[in-house]
Write a protein of this length. Structure first.
Length: 380
């Protein structure tokens, strides 16, 4: 038997598989109708486990695991179809719908905004790109920004969440687990780091460089090219410039934005010293209240998944089934829960799509706990 004949045989088997699949889904629809009439949950984990065990035994040792994977996907498709058929709108989606209806159509122009750092920080630059005329309040650390939002001191807060070179800002992700907020917009800021020092200083004079740890990581090649220089991380790049200016010393410098040179009366010894030219930091704009503005096409959620094989796969399989693209997946340890993790997802789907509605109504089935962080647009 040659390859052509083998492929023809597979084609015939595929025809039978499709017939059986559509017949199985038709029965699944009847099951959904019955569950709706009798107020029963769609998800029945005990029955699914029993079926997986049975089909694996039927398939035999060699094909058992493959059959488990196949049927796990069938279960995801079946549950998704049943949820859609029952058109069950969850309390979460009802809350989202109310937010879409009551959020103003125009994004705020001049709100009070919380930023970490001091004047000249990259958070300030991002803030002024997101809002037309913001009134900015500065706070010492990221947690203070979250607290300012929760306590109503500021309407919005700006926080860096990831960099194209240095990766995720893990401190912010850890704080996202503990605080209540909603993401209302994101912004990608092109970041240029410059070596700034007091007037009259030359590059050979520098013995100590201050900057934020993320900026230090983004300028590794440049820093390694300097000999005998001590690099000290501080809370913020703008704070580093302020420290250098106040010291008046000729042997210290800061890695910071060019705007800090004029702001603090410093001289630029070297410009654009980051490792990669296309260096961008993504900032989130957060609010205490759920606000969803027109055109939102990105959604962020956090999940706690069962600590067992296949838990993350099932979530990804459901997203694949719905045709929803995952643009970010991050895991962070949960405080006081040994070897348990919170998974953070950035998803790409319009708030008006059927897939978005269906996902919001199915989140309860996908995980032990979840946290909807908001839907928004991203400015580049």
């Amino acid at each position: 038997m040659d390859l052509t004949e083998l492929r023809q045989e597979i084609d015939e088997l595929d025809k039978e598989l499709v017939k059986l699949f559509t017949a199985r889904m038709a029965v699944s629809a009847k099951v959904a109708d019955y569950k709706r009439e009798h107020n029963l949950p769609i998800f029945h984990p005990g029955r699914e486990r029993a079926i997986l065990q049975k089909v694996a035994e039927m398939a035999g040792p060699e094909m058992g695991n493959y059959t488990r994977v196949l049927y796990s996907m069938l279960f995801e498709l079946s549950r998704s179809y049943q949820n859609k058929r029952n058109d069950a709108l969850s309390p979460l989606y009802q809350k989202i719908s109310q937010s879409i209806e009551h959020t103003p159509k125009l994004f705020p122009q001049a709100p009070v905004v919380a930023c970490q750092g001091v004047e000249g920080a990259y958070s300030q630059i991002a803030c002024e790109k997101i809002f037309k005329s913001p009134f900015i309040m500065y706070f010492k650390n990221f947690e203070a920004v979250f607290t300012a939002i929760e306590q109503g001191m500021c309407q919005y807060g700006i926080l860096p969440i990831e960099n194209s070179t240095a990766g995720s800002v893990t401190k912010v992700y850890d704080l996202m687990i503990r605080h209540n907020f909603s993401i209302v917009r994101t912004f990608r800021l092109k970041v240029d780091h410059n070596l700034l020092a007091n007037p009259g200083t030359s590059l050979s004079d520098i013995k100590t460089i201050y900057s934020h740890e993320q900026a230090i990581n983004q300028c590794g090649d440049f820093l390694h090219s300097l000999s005998g220089v001590n690099v000290i991380p501080v809370a913020n790049t703008a704070l580093a410039s302020e420290m250098v200016a106040k010291s008046g010393q000729k042997d210290v410098a800061a890695l910071s934005s060019r705007s800090c040179a004029e702001l603090y009366g410093l001289t630029c010894l070297a410009s654009s010293v980051q490792d990669k030219g296309n260096n961008r930091t993504r900032f989130i704009c957060i609010s205490k209240n759920l606000e969803i503005y027109p055109g939102s096409d990105k959604t962020s959620i956090m999940m706690i998944l069962p600590h067992k094989p296949g838990a993350l796969y099932k979530v990804l399989a459901r997203l694949y089934t719905l045709g929803i693209n995952v643009t970010k997946l991050e895991s962070r340890p949960i405080p006081d829960r040994e070897f348990e993790f919170m998974f953070y997802f950035d998803l790409e789907t319009s708030i008006y799509s059927e897939e978005f509605i269906q996902l919001m109504c199915e989140l309860d089935d996908l995980c032990e706990e979840f946290k909807y962080l908001g839907s928004y647009t991203e400015v580049v």
